[in-house]
Design a protein around this ligand. Structure first.
Ligand code: ZN
Ligand code: ZN
Length: 326
């Protein structure tokens, strides 16, 4: 195996691009090599990811047992999926935003019940039953790559933590995930952003069976917050490890979602549709099962945002929710 691509960020902070079996190809894991040795995000539980992280740690004179603390930007599999293995090998404490632990806890902790709710949700929004099998097989494949930590310690927005000898403030940046956090360090002008903002792709904003009711509304507020925060540099979950021009990118993504909202509103004023039909208008390309699900939940997030603003309505047809404009 080649040496893991380790990038020196500043002081004792490093990042490594860990391979994941998705189109983004890698996820960024940040390592603070000074005590308390900390990882921000973990990647997925695959042999390739484990080997890459092990090699990155070794390059810094560290090993699994050295890790004292893990912070998760959000609970998505490519960020949290290795946290259980790290907890087991190191005894590290694992922290994430308290929003994740409200209600029923994390979906990975009650996978079967969650999948049952998701099945009903996707069918009620028009996913053809013939596509359901592929979507569920993909979810099981992901579950097999997620080993979640068992002891999760909540962080609250506004909390401070020390990383690389600096004090960082915990920010709540919901939208891509309800419980998404950012870590902000004003002297370094540096934001650890996870997937809250990304170069090249628009972070998926989807409405699932569980969680907050208007993730797109949340995300538009997060983008405005990032535009105002205007960090010189952000550490990003994919296509990084870092990006500049965060304020400009936030404005661009906000404009993109407003264009999509206009398309959804116009489309549904002419032709009532359920979210799956709408997703084919918004994402006309052929999509595999994993992406088809993201397309449906993203279309639904746009339709629901407009409905909650009173610009659209929906009615139950007996088996699906049909969205329409007046
Ligand atoms: Zn994510
Ligand atoms: Zn991600």
């Amino acid at each position: 195996m080649c040496a893991a691509p380790l990038h020196h960020l500043t002081g004792s902070l490093y990042t490594v691009q860990v391979p994941i079996p998705y189109p983004m190809r890698t996820v960024t894991v940040l390592i603070d090599a000074a005590s308390p040795v900390t990882l921000v995000d973990t990647s997925l539980n695959t042999p390739e990811a484990i080997a890459t992280l092990e090699d990155a740690l070794a390059q810094l004179g560290l090993h699994w047992e050295s890790i004292e603390r893990v912070v998760l930007t959000h609970q998505h599999p490519d960020h949290a999926g290795l946290s259980g293995l790290i907890e087991e090998r190191s005894g590290a404490s694992v922290h994430l935003l308290d929003e994740n632990l409200q209600g029923g806890g994390l979906p990975w902790q009650h996978f079967e019940a969650w999948q049952g709710q998701e099945r009903q949700h996707l069918l009620a929004h028009g996913l053809p039953p013939a596509l359901l099998e592929g979507v569920e097989a993909e979810a099981r494949r992901t579950r097999d790559r997620v080993t979640l930590a068992t002891r999760l310690t909540p962080l609250t927005a506004g909390d401070q933590l020390t990383l690389g000898g600096h004090r960082w403030t915990v920010l709540w940046l919901p939208g891509h995930a309800d419980g998404h956090l950012g870590l902000w360090q004003p002297q370094l002008d540096l934001l650890i952003a996870g997937d809250a903002i990304l170069p090249r792709i628009s972070p998926n904003v989807g409405l699932g069976a569980q969680g907050r009711s208007d993730p797109l509304g949340d995300y538009l507020q997060t983008l405005e917050r990032l535009r105002q925060l205007n960090p010189a540099t952000a550490v990003v979950g994919h296509y990084g490890p870092t990006m500049s021009g965060v304020a400009e990118r936030a404005a661009e993504l906000s404009a993109h979602h407003h264009e999509r909202l206009a398309l959804v509103e116009e489309t549904l004023r002419v032709t009532p549709m359920h979210a799956h039909q709408l997703s084919a208008v918004m994402f006309p390309r052929e999509l595999d099962a994993r992406v088809r699900r993201f397309a449906l939940t993203e279309a639904l997030a746009h339709a629901e945002h407009l409905r909650l603003k009173g610009l659209l309505d929906r009615r139950w047809t007996g088996d699906t929710w049909l969205y329409f404009g007046e």
